[in-house]
Design a protein around this ligand. Structure first.
Ligand code: UGY
Ligand code: MN
Length: 252
């Protein structure tokens, strides 16, 4: 059904909000019976790629040259490494280091959030190893002193990792205690509930299924609205000096 050209989706220089009514599916190299909704990439100025992969029964994700993070949203996936298969059920996740041979296969229809980013090596620090876990195994902590805003850091607090992926759960009425403006960019997938997101100078109603990209220093604030908690999965670049990865400018 058409909606007379109306949508909550919007794209600005500093951010965009993408709602499921505007999602367009595509097939990435190596995908078999699988498709991707690409939410953000270098085409928008981001330094990472995030997409939702939708799997049919018997399907497979393609490979990547980058490091990869997969969080299972629905169904279950098999991660094949060294000829062994590890089952990833909903809320399970895997961090796959750059250059690590693996296959991601679905035995039934499934969905996963996928983040890919070229690794920024630190001298004197070894690159991270393969990591497989579930959100349930991670303990949460309050953000600031607000017990109604709980954060789970899905990747270990180690300098080897050049990005972080966290879940954040807001009880109804809970909110970020400040408008944040920071060097890190974000990829955010709303998992449950909803509320109001301030992005730059505008306020947006957001709900489960929406995706938001925030550029570095995009003013951001969220307050949960409704009778159930709001939850999102959030990516940020992390643990690297702001000069790292920037091309050297020629001086003349
Ligand atoms: O980790 C963060 O920067 C997080 N507090 N940002 C956000 O929720 N928009
Ligand atoms: Mn933030």
């Amino acid at each position: 059904m058409h909606n007379l050209g109306q949508t909550r989706s919007c794209k600005r220089n500093n951010f965009f909000l993408l709602t499921p009514d505007t999602f367009v599916r595509t097939v990435l190299p190596g995908m078999k019976a699988c498709c991707a909704i690409v939410h953000v990439s270098a085409a928008a100025g981001a330094n990472f790629v995030q997409y939702t992969a939708e799997f049919e029964s018997g399907s497979e994700l393609g490979g990547t040259d980058a490091q990869r993070f997969i969080y299972v949203l629905e169904g279950s996936l098999q991660l094949e490494v060294d000829g062994r298969k590890k089952e990833l059920a909903a809320n399970a996740y895997a961090y796959i280091p750059e250059g690590f041979q693996h296959r991601v296969i679905a035995g039934r229809s499934s969905r996963a959030a996928v983040i890919e980013k070229p690794y920024q090596q630190l001298s004197a620090v070894s690159a991270p190893q393969l990591l497989i876990s579930t959100e349930g195994q991670i303990s949460s902590h309050a953000l600031g002193d607000d017990p109604d805003l709980q954060v789970k850091c899905l990747l270990p607090d180690e300098m080897a990792f050049d990005f972080a992926v966290n879940t954040m759960v807001y009880q109804p009425g809970a909110a970020l205690s400040m408008v944040e403006m920071h060097v890190m960019e974000h990829g955010l997938l709303m998992l449950e509930g909803g509320g109001i997101y301030r992005l730059d100078d505008s306020w947006h109603s957001v709900t489960a299924g929406d995706f938001i990209w925030m550029a570095p220093w995009c003013p951001q604030w969220f307050g949960a609205i409704g009778k159930t908690p709001a939850k999102y999965l959030i990516y940020k670049d992390w643990n690297r000096h702001p000069l790292a990865g920037r091309p050297h400018e020629s001086r003349g």
